[in-house]
Design a protein around this ligand. Sequence first.
Ligand code: SF4
Ligand code: SF4
Length: 105
Amino acid sequence: MNIPADCRSCGVCCFSDSDEYVWVRGDDWSQLGDAADRLAHFIGHRAFMRMQGGHCAALDVRQTADGAKEFFCTIYERRPQICRDLGRGTPECEAELETKGGRCG
Ligand code: SF4
Ligand code: SF4
């Protein structure tokens, strides 16, 4: 499994078809501050990041001058703990690439 050199050229782990993909815990919600209501919501008793277009609502997909796609987390400094735990090169990152690699963007 080739791990991308930079998450900005990948973004795979920010994509999902599930509305219950990015868990937002109490601390995460507080950390989101005024962005919480816009980017996260409750489903039952648990909160999750909103999903739109097949990816987390906080993800910004940009196109470079040469046509390549770049993936930016617009709340990087305030992202939920589950995103912090899924670091590049971790087994979870490898699993994401294995199951979803190539289908994003
Ligand atoms: S909060 Fe940021 S890192 Fe986490 S899934 Fe959303 S865009 Fe990706
Ligand atoms: S953590 Fe892994 S799957 Fe997520 S964007 Fe970075 S390289 Fe891609």
